[in-house]
Design a protein around this ligand. Structure first.
Ligand code: UN1
Length: 511
């Protein structure tokens, strides 16, 4: 462990304030990052004060003026080199993700792979920041739209994908000519610092001005509402709970700033009568217990047709039985379920189980803390399978833990209504071999989520698609497809190359 931290440049005490490759002495409080694996400190961070924030923002403002004038494909070249550096450090950074966040090492590696993939995507995008050309209604006029860099992008990321979400946003923003100020979760500052150290060499060697990629580790009491209220930041991309998103987007909206929100999910998979059950079970188990149920896209509900219900429940119980033998240290190769991020998260898990029982739910498997008696701390739980009804209050909520609610249905229309019958709208899936059902699920009368899959579960989205969801999920889209447009200022240009001055709509205005 010591060797890996050393290779990543993590020391016992680390500055949490950086403008690219220059590290500032943070003047805020000290934050000790503790591993959820064993509750032991990994290293400490000197967080930022408000004055440090001012220094960073001023650097970012200056840097934007330079960065926006660098041709987009050249900005893409910097991103390409960042991707290469991430390839070199994939194993080490993946290890630190596991150590600091608790997801299993295989998923830690997957997270870094997502960063590499979005770099490749963004490199291509750097040559494709295209707008339309329109035909003007006026003679000898040309009209087109173009996309210009926007300015500073504020990034607020969550503990569960401590570095990938930065990459989705920062790499796309960077090719768009924006500069980024990243405030990572205070639970995972070291992965952020390590990432910044990995890219620092590239920035220096390529003369990227200080202030393009900024990192600011700060407590929310120093940098909270005031951060999102800052008018110097035209766009915020925020990943977190619906409650936090509502509050922060209210502040941003009040100053007419822009926000990309990626908030809670309550994702369901429909298992239809014709479903390939082997595929369905595999995907549901990965979706529900992977990352210990701490993905926004985790599968939280399955909606199962009555004709296959008993079979599905039996198969799931067997699968959960074998998964529950693989709970433990996420650095061990055999482990499938690591710890939850905190004891508070374990408390939320246990409370949800208590609540669902009170509401009439039946716990079919798990739902307890794991091996707590033998430890001085309690971060591990046994994933739960619970028979429940969709309208239960607790089923309507996103509990960020491995609880899978099983719900029965009769008709496909009812199944779709259940899928949509929650406040959130992030991800969804249907397992069916029936074309009519599959297409209905994807139609305007189908799933109301930002992500809707056929014969694929709810989690593990590829970076090439736009990522995000509707309703309480916040409506934002980041990562692939044409999400880049949100990071730019759109401008419509009309050029008159005639010697007349015809007005639009044929209006005559003689004087
Ligand atoms: C998140 O949980 O915030 O679809 C992101 C997935 C990942 C990203 C999840 N690609 O599971």
């Amino acid at each position: 462990m010591k060797e890996i931290l050393k290779r990543l440049g993590i020391e016992e005490m680390n500055s949490g304030v950086c403008t690219g490759s220059a590290w500032l002495q943070g003047n805020g409080k000290e934050n000790v990052s503790v591993s959820p694996i064993n509750n032991k400190p990994i290293a400490s961070v000197q967080t930022a004060s408000l004055d440090d924030y001012e220094t960073v923002i001023q650097k970012a403002q200056e840097a934007f003026k330079v960065w926006r004038e660098i041709p987009a494909p050249k900005r893409g070249e910097v991103v390409r080199l960042i991707g290469n550096k991430l390839r070199e450090h994939k194993e080490d950074l993946g290890y630190l993700v596991t150590l600091e966040m608790g997801k299993i090492y295989e998923e830690g590696l997957g997270e870094v792979q997502e960063m590499i993939d979005i770099c490749d995507f963004a490199v291509g995008q750097s040559r494709l920041l295209n707008g339309y050309t329109m035909h003007s209604e006026r003679k000898q006029h040309r009209m087109y739209d173009q996309y210009q860099p926007l300015g500073i992008v504020g990034l607020i990321t969550s503990f569960n994908f401590p570095v990938a979400v930065w990459a989705w946003n920062a790499m796309v923003a960077a090719v768009c000519g924006d500069v980024v100020v990243w405030k990572p979760s205070s639970k995972t500052p070291l992965t952020a610092i390590a990432t910044q150290k990995i890219i620092a060499g590239v920035l220096k060697e390529n003369n990227v001005p200080e202030g393009v990629f900024n990192l600011i580790v700060a407590s929310s009491s120093v940098l909270g509402d005031n951060f999102v209220a800052d008018r110097r930041i035209p766009l915020f991309s925020i990943t977190g709970s619906t409650a936090v998103g509502k509050k922060l987007s209210g502040i941003i909206g009040a100053r007419l700033g822009r926000s990309i929100l990626e908030l809670g999910g309550n994702n369901a998979v429909i298992i239809a009568p014709s479903a390939n059950l082997e595929m369905a079970i595999k995907s549901v188990v990965f979706g529900a217990v992977g990352t210990a149920g701490q993905r926004c896209t985790s599968t939280r509900r399955i909606i199962v047709h009555e004709s296959v219900y008993d079979q599905v429940v039996e198969k799931l119980k067997i699968a959960y039985e074998s998964v529950s033998k693989k709970i433990g240290n996420p650095l061990n190769k055999e482990t499938l379920v690591g710890p939850l991020i905190s004891e508070g998260a374990v408390g939320d898990f246990l409370n949800a189980i208590k609540k669902v029982k009170e509401e009439g739910g039946k716990v079919l498997f798990g739902g307890t803390s794991y091996d707590c008696e033998n430890r001085s701390f309690c971060h591990y739980v046994v994933p739960a399978l619970v028979e429940a009804e969709n309208h239960y209050e607790i089923v309507q909520e996103e509990t960020f833990a491995p609880i899978l609610y099983i719900i029965k249905y009769k008709t496909i229309e009812e199944a779709i209504a259940l899928n949509n019958g929650v406040p959130q709208g992030l991800s969804s899936g249907i397992f069916t071999e029936n074309l009519r059902e599959a297409e209905l699920f994807l139609s305007e009368s189908g799933s109301d989520c930002g992500i809707a899959n056929v014969n694929i579960g709810t989690s593990g989205a590829e970076i090439g698609g736009a990522f995000g969801g509707e309703k309480d999920t916040g409506g934002g889209r980041e990562s692939g497809s044409d999400s880049w447009k949100s990071y730019m200022r759109r401008q419509t240009n009309t050029i008159n190359y005639s010697t007349d001055l015809p007005l639009a709509q044929g209006i005559q205005f003689g004087f």
